[in-house]
Design a protein around this ligand. Sequence first.
Ligand code: SF4
Length: 382
Amino acid sequence: MTPRPHAYAAVPDSTWSDWRWQQQQRVTTLQALERVLRLTEDERAAIEATADRFRMAVTPYYLSLVHPEDPACPIRRQAIPSLAELRRSPGERDDPLAEEAHSPVPGLTHRYPDRALLYATHNCAMYCRFCTRKRKVSDPTSALARSERDQALDHIRRTPAIREVIISGGDPLSLSTERLAELLDALAAIPHVEIARLGTRNLVTLPQRVDAELADMLRAHQTRHLAVWVMTHFNHPTECTEEAWTACERLAGSGAPIQNQMVLLRGINDATETVIALNRRLLRMRVKPYYILQADMAEGIGHFRTPLTAGVALLRGLRGHVSGLAVPQLVLDLPGGGGKVPLVPRYLEREHAEGWDFANYRGEPFRYVEPGRVASLDAEGD
Ligand code: SF4
């Protein structure tokens, strides 16, 4: 079990491992946080100044991963507000991916032809400081009403092109297991829906949530008609704890493939060795590194954003140097709702008469001869 901060030393193990206790004991105020960490002036001011824009909430478990004194700690920076969040950089938007513009009914974004994004709740175990949906996440008044959820399900039912539903939010594991089961039942009853993807960061911020009841419920919903996948969101090797490992084991045991979407964050995981350590550990936890996401143009996260070239350089440090299983796709979600595009290092150098010249992962030159082209050159020479 991950060692606990002094403030929680007297909490019995069984209580600490109870996700409901973790959820109820989330730290949401400056006073409560000061009992656990030594805060800087900047952090103290930021907690107050950002409260009405994007409030703070951190589980005691996630706080146990935070360095109690180092403000540059990569875990701390994801959880504790910073004054930099008040700055708006050029091009930043409230809704950077135009999710509302692609919303045919409340609670649903339908951008790509065969997938739809369903907002199951706007609550999360922790409010990540880099969140792209901070416009509605953490705002209790923006929670989806049951009638709106039914309207969203109706849209899916009436749209046979939708084969895959991404259940997101917020964090769908903030719902009770029973409510989640209802939602999966509703999707399973729609003949054209083949895949339900649960997008959750609970494996990172509240891994205790993956209890035997949840795993059993998910196992019961894995059928040949509807496959349930889990998309999660580890950003740093420190987050790969024993507790997180147990949660992943339970999910994998329930039959759910697990994929990781890491957000590239300046000073947190923008070094190649950090990503290699993270991805190697994830693979052992049976989680496939799927995406590295360029941080979106959401308001107030400029201090986290890296230049596009930094991500491409990072990817160059992975391909060929580590197992292909540990190499995710680097993607940019185009501002304004253009969708995701992959960003790839340049390996194709030039075209020539016989084919193509490449540089491999070490920068060494290699020539690829297109068989068809050689044949036609031979024919000319005959
Ligand atoms: S868990 Fe996801 S939706 Fe919730 S605050 Fe973190 S990034 Fe945003």
